[in-house]
Design a protein around this ligand. Sequence first.
Ligand code: MG
Length: 233
Amino acid sequence: MSELNPEFIYFDLDDTLLDHKKAEQAGLADVHQHFDVFKNIERQQLIDTYHHINKGLWEEYGRGEIDRHILHRRRFEETFVELGIDATLYEEAGKVYMNYYRNHWEWVDGAKVAFDAIAEKYPVGIITNGFAETQWLKIDQFGFKETARQIVISEEVGVMKPHPKIFDHSTELIGIERDQILYVGDSLTSDVKGGKAAGWQVAWFSKHPSKEGEELADLVFDEFDTLLNALSV
Ligand SMILES: [Mg+2]
């Protein structure tokens, strides 16, 4: 068992503490139900097409090639075009989706109990890639303002993880030595590689860890009890 000894712990939000993937799937299933135009299209086909297009757009956004308004518009517009559906519905679909998506937000299994217990023993913060408007809604709804000493959102910093600037900014905010900061996250690229490049300790939340990630991370866990043990909580 790897021993972690941080003075401060930052957490990733989506798919580490909150189950974004599940909410996204459920939100898209609701969109599929909501519009008649999907009658002859399988739900999974909508989900797969949207994922494929959304992923490409996030990469463009990450490179600074498009802004969030364009991403929000194009992800449904292009999905509808690819599925051969009346693309004029895209704007309404985007709004309908966000409402449904919000209704499905919930904690990852075991994350709430673990986060609360850790926050009693360690100072904690959040670093998340995402849109400020959406992420602040999540932070309000789940009461993170009461526990998190710092909340860092990529859109407000101007770059996304794994860009060093977001880790440097987060380091400066707390004024603690880099090797005394632990980052807990689920993404190999954004969280593990970004955190290690910043000189931080990293705990990687992964059900199917790759060898590369296992070698990089200070701890790999797929249940929050493992993290609690490593932190002696
Ligand atoms: Mg994540």
